[in-house]
Every structure is written in structure tokens, then in C-alpha cells.
Design a protein around this ligand. Structure first.
Ligand SMILES: Cc1ncc(COP(=O)(O)O)c(C=O)c1O
Length: 384
């Protein structure tokens, strides 16, 4: 076991473990008592103040600041959106595809959003190129770098694939893109909260994600980090009063967006989930993502060996830095497989022919034993 027993320290704050073997944080994080209580705080503002705009806007700024702290970024570099898609769409409207530099280089491991939004820009002149994966499902770094040329406007890559758990070797790709004058957007939805993301180490121009998975919050809040020194020239054409330089100018005769990343926002924030988001961010900062990363790496390896031992085919690459928390197991019928495991009190999820097992800091070796036993009992679904 890792030097810090995180589950030993924090598991009791997640009541779901009294009832279930919950190991599905790639889909939705477990609910902590403090995160649940934060919902009530929002309701109390309504009950006691009615229109508590000051509290609500303060909450938005609190989440922005905590997100910045998590990423080691400046609050001015963070836009808060209602989903990851909303942030990426807003960014897309700021790009000009009418010139020679109109190419978007992306992978086969993207979440649907990341493919669909870029293909939607084809009517505006964008050309989208997907790079085939290597046989082990990882992104073919060399092939991707070879595709980046002087026509490339943007390189759009996922950090960890939501389907198969393969982790992209991002640093050489980011360096190659910058050398060619292209921008990079990194989708961290499957890593934020599970793998440490520090913008002083990761030089991506944009980082997108949200809070409901390994960040243990709820749907409704996403973020878009926009690196100040490389993205300030990009002005979105989707907007709203919360993106205005002066929110209270109330000017309907001009477009005067904020200089900060806030320019990628639009209208009234999604206030209710901001409360659980701030509680979750505070929790995660207390636990420390670096601690989580090393703790979960061990749980991941134990699950992997257990599943392989009973004859399972773990499709997630096993090499160092080739995966995150997520472990995908090939299944003959992933939906029925997940349902059968659920019947045994084990919560996982399914995507693209695989059952996804996604441990987090609150999972322990008892969960590992239960999951492996559950897979042994549902062996008829294993795909070799
Ligand atoms: C890698 C990745 N990107 C994006 C998303 C979701 O984006 P959105 O917040 O737009 O629903 C998910 C969620 O399932 C994801 O796993």
C-alpha cells in the first residue's frame, strides 16, 4: 500500500461505501458529506435572501480561484462554463479558418464532443485530420507530430481516453505544435483530479475539463483554461453579459469582451452546482492530486493483475505514463456485464466494448478484492 493510506483517511466521508463497491469515478465521483451539504448552502441563500446575487457571484469567483489553484494558473486564465463542450465551442468561435492555416490535428481517442465540435467548423473552412492509434491504443505520437505543419491552426488532444484509458504522451506533441506556430487544446476531463496538472509544466494553450468525475462534484460546471501569453488575441463570437469587460455596463450597442479568460463565458452562471463544486475543490486540494496519483497507481496495478489472473483482457496500456486511473476490460456485452456487476453491488460503467473500472482515493484493497471476485463471477462476459 502507498505511504499515505488515503482511503483510510477519507473513505468514511463518502456514505456510498456503506452500501456499494463504487468504482466509477470516470463517470461520476462519489458524493462527500461536505459536497452534499454545499447544496443546502445554495438553497439557504434562496430561502433567506431571495435574490442573493452577491453570494452567487462570489461563489463563481471562489470556484474560479480554486480552479486556478488546482492548475497552478492565474484566476484570470480560467473561464467557468456549464460544460466542457461549452468552453470548447466558445473557443471554436474565436478561431479563423478562412486562411491557409485552417487545419485541426486530432486523435482517435477523443471524447465525442472534441470530434464533433471540430467537424462542425468544417462549414467555416476547417480541415480536420484524425491520427490513427498504435496497435496498443495509444496515440501515435510520431505520426501526429508529422501531421503538424504550417497549415495547422490547432492540435486537439485528450489526456486520457474515456473509452480505453490510454494516456497521451502530451509533452512532445505540445512542443512540436508550438514549434510550428499551432495552438494546443488538452482535454483533461479524464485526468483532472486523478493526475496532477500544473500549467507551469504543461505548456498547453487551452485546457478543458469539468468537476463531476475525479473532481467529486456534480454536473453543470466546466472550465476552460486559456494561457494568458498565447491566447489573449483570440476573441470569441459567442458571448453574453457575463463575458463583458464591465458586467454592469449594460451596453447593447457594442461588444466589449473581458480581457481575461472570462471572455469565453456567456450568460448567467449555473449557480446551484457552483456550491458543491467549491466544496469539492476544497476537498481535493486538501487531499492533494499528487498524493491521489501515486495512491491510485497502486490500486490500478492491483486491479490489473487481479483481472488478468482470472483471464480478463485489460485493453488499457500498462506501461509507465501510458494510463491514468481508468482501467478498461474487454467485454462481449459491456452493458449486460456492467448490469451483472451491479447485481453484485459493484458499480462500474461501459464504453466502446469495454467495462470501465475507475478507482479513486476513496477506494481500497477491499474494493480491489470485491471487483476481482465480481469479474470472476461474471467470467462469461470476458472478451479475450
Ligand atoms: C474526455 C472527456 N471529455 C469531455 C467530456 C464531457 O464533456 P461535457 O462537459 O461537455 O459533457 C467527458 C465526459 O464524459 C470526457 O470523458
Amino acid at each position: 500500500m502507498s505511504s499515505i493510506d488515503l482511503a483510510g483517511q477519507y473513505r468514511s466521508e463518502f456514505p456510498i461505501f456503506e452500501k456499494l463497491t463504487y468504482i466509477n469515478s470516470c463517470s461520476q465521483g462519489a458524493l462527500a458529506v461536505s459536497v452534499k451539504a454545499a447544496f443546502t448552502t445554495y438553497l439557504t441563500t434562496l430561502e433567506e435572501q431571495g435574490s442573493a446575487w452577491n453570494d452567487w457571484v462570489t461563489q463563481q469567483e471562489l470556484v474560479r480561484g480554486l480552479t486556478a489553484q488546482l492548475l497552478n494558473a492565474k484566476p484570470e486564465e480560467i473561464a467557468l462554463t456549464t460544460s466542457a463542450s461549452a468552453g470548447v465551442n466558445s473557443l471554436a468561435t474565436s478561431l479563423d479558418f478562412s486562411g491557409k492555416r485552417n487545419k485541426i490535428v486530432t486523435t482517435e481517442n477523443e471524447f465525442p464532443t472534441m470530434g464533433q465540435i471540430w467537424h462542425a467548423q468544417e462549414s467555416r473552412g476547417a480541415k480536420v485530420v484524425h491520427i490513427e492509434n498504435r496497435a496498443d491504443l495509444t496515440v501515435d505520437t510520431e505520426a501526429l507530430i508529422n501531421e503538424i505543419d504550417e497549415e495547422t491552426l490547432l492540435v486537439a488532444i485528450t489526456h486520457v481516453c474515456y473509452r480505453n484509458g490510454a494516456r497521451t504522451d502530451i509533452q512532445p506533441i505540445i512542443e512540436a505544435a508550438h514549434k510550428m506556430g499551432a495552438l494546443v487544446i488538452l482535454d483533461t476531463y479524464q485526468t483532472i483530479g486523478a493526475i496532477s496538472i500544473d500549467v507551469s509544466e504543461i505548456d498547453a494553450d487551452f485546457i478543458v475539463g469539468g468537476f463531476l468525475k475525479y473532481m467529486i462534484a456534480v454536473p453543470g460546471v466546466g472550465f476552460l483554461y486559456a494561457r494568458e501569453k498565447s491566447t489573449n488575441h483570440l476573441i470569441p463570437t459567442s458571448t453574453g453579459w457575463f463575458a463583458a469587460r464591465d458586467l454592469f455596463a449594460m451596453d447593447i450597442h457594442s461588444y466589449d469582451p473581458a480581457k481575461e479568460a472570462r471572455r469565453f463565458e456567456t450568460g448567467t452562471p449555473n449557480v446551484p452546482p457552483l456550491y458543491p463544486a467549491s466544496a469539492a475543490l476544497e476537498f481535493m486540494l486538501k487531499v492533494g492530486v499528487k498524493n491521489i496519483e501515486s495512491y491510485v497507481a497502486q490500486i490500478h496495478d492491483e486491479l490489473r493483475s487481479g483481472i488478468i489472473e482470472i483471464g480478463g483482457n485489460v485493453v488499457t496500456p500498462g506501461g509507465k505514463n501510458q494510463h491514468g486511473a481508468l482501467l478498461a476490460v474487454a467485454s462481449l456485452d459491456e452493458h449486460a456485464h456492467v448490469a451483472a456487476l451491479e447485481g453484485l453491488g459493484i458499480v462500474t460503467s461501459s464504453r466502446g466494448g469495454n467495462v470501465r473500472i475507475s478507482p479513486h482515493f476513496y477506494n481500497n484493497q477491499d474494493d480491489v478484492a470485491k471487483v476481482v471476485a465480481g469479474f470472476a463471477k461474471t467470467k462469461e462476459f470476458l472478451r479475450k
